[in-house]
Design a protein around this ligand. Structure first.
Ligand code: ATP
Ligand code: MG
Length: 357
């Protein structure tokens, strides 16, 4: 049987990224309405790379991460692991993908089974994937994992149950579980910010070590641009708004020289301790409205236009595509005003009045 033979149509090659979303969309159907939670998202992450997804609540970060983790199939578009479409994998390839790509729910209260001890939580995937057979092997691997996430000495944690651990300790167990199968891509969804900063930073340092020393790739999800800056400084940051990537590029450029008005607004919302930088930020645009439109009733054209300080008439009609920004070519931006500025004389005005796209 060809199960262990790579699919000849899969385009598999060592240069293919670990994970690739290619024009992936996810539409939920709720009470007879379509909710386009993720629309036409393309991204890729290779070994040792980090991609940070940032955006307000409901912007589609977790749904995108779930597509990458194979937890739901895209409504359209495709997801590829090392060049192979998830829907075209052999059973052996699927098993390897399941092992290599791990999703860490960073809500330590929701993600651990309350009736399992730490050892039991960590031993299930080890045994299921045949990585530890005897009790002694399980003990040894559990000790190694707990040491990696700084739960030391490991023997004082392995018999404990989630309710006997602090929030930070639970989160470490959750990370340790993500590491049981020596993954090559970790998707860390920092959906809650209940942990104090020092715990988060020490975990992020541990994850950075995995990236640098073991070449683990990361998709890191956060609301918090300060954490994106900390964890993904050597990688890329994609900013999501209403299910779409509106800006993506190397993190230092996106943070220091944002091009999309939404990215600028998000950065303005981050408290800035340096008074000079705070003054520079204030010189930025700001949002026209704090309300995020509903996914079931999206604004026409650019969905950001009702909140956008730069909106022109054409923005109400034409959907902008991600394009390289003239002032910052390493960044792709979905904003016509930035990527395709109109000559001053023909630019639309805030008062509206029949401008053409
Ligand atoms: N299973 C589902 N069924 C219906 N709608 C869903 C489902 N999952 C997510 N959504 C909707 O899709 C949109 C995007 O949700 P998602 O959880 O991806 O956002 P998010 O960016 O991760 O938000 P947060 O920062 O709050 O975690 C939201 O409007 C959400 O209500
Ligand atoms: Mg989320």
């Amino acid at each position: 049987m060809p199960e262990t033979t790579p699919d000849s149509t899969s385009h598999q090659s060592s240069s293919a990224p670990l994970i690739e979303l290619d024009h992936a969309s996810q539409v939920f159907h709720v009470k007879g309405k379509d909710l386009p939670a993720v629309s036409d998202v393309s991204l890729s992450v290779g070994a040792g790379e980090v991609l940070c997804l940032v955006g307000e609540s409901g912007s589609g970060k977790t749904t995108t991460a779930r597509l990458a983790a194979g937890l739901a199939p895209p409504s359209s578009g495709s997801v590829r692991f090392e060049g192979t479409d998830l829907t075209e994998m052999t059973r052996a390839q699927r098993r390897e993908y399941r092992r290599a790509v791990q999703y860490i729910h960073q809500d330590p209260y929701a993600s651990l089974n309350p009736i399992r001890s730490v050892r039991s939580t960590l031993s299930v995937p080890l045994r299921r994937h045949g990585l530890a057979h005897s009790a002694a092997e399980v003990d040894q691997r559990v000790d190694e994992l707990l040491t990696t996430v700084d739960l030391m000495p490991p023997e004082s944690y392995s018999a404990k149950f989630p309710h006997q651990l602090s929030g930070g300790q639970r989160q470490r167990v959750s990370v340790a579980r993500g590491l049981t199968l020596s993954p090559r891509l970790l998707i860390a969804d920092e959906s809650t910010s209940m942990l104090d900063v020092s715990i988060r930073v020490s975990l992020l340092n541990m994850l950075t070590k995995l990236r640098k020393e073991d070449g683990v790739g990361f998709i890191y999800i956060t609301h918090d641009l300060a954490l994106a800056k900390y964890f993904a400084w050597e990688g890329r940051t994609a900013v999501m708004y209403l299910g779409k990537i509106v800006e993506v590029g190397p993190t230092p450029q996106v943070i220091n020289n944002p091009q999309h008005p939404y990215t600028k607004a998000l950065l303005e919302a981050v408290p800035e301790p340096d008074p000079e930088l705070a003054r520079q930020k204030k010189a930025g645009g700001g949002l026209l409205s704090a309300d995020i439109p509903s996914l079931s009733d999206l604004p026409s054209g650019c969905t950001f236009h009702p909140r956008c300080p730069l909106a022109e008439d054409r923005c109400r009609e034409v959907i902008p595509l991600l394009r390289s920004a003239p002032e910052a070519p390493a960044q792709d931006v979905a904003c016509m005003v930035v990527t395709d500025p109109q000559p001053a004389a023909s630019a639309g005005t805030a008062a509206g009045g029949g401008g053409l796209p």
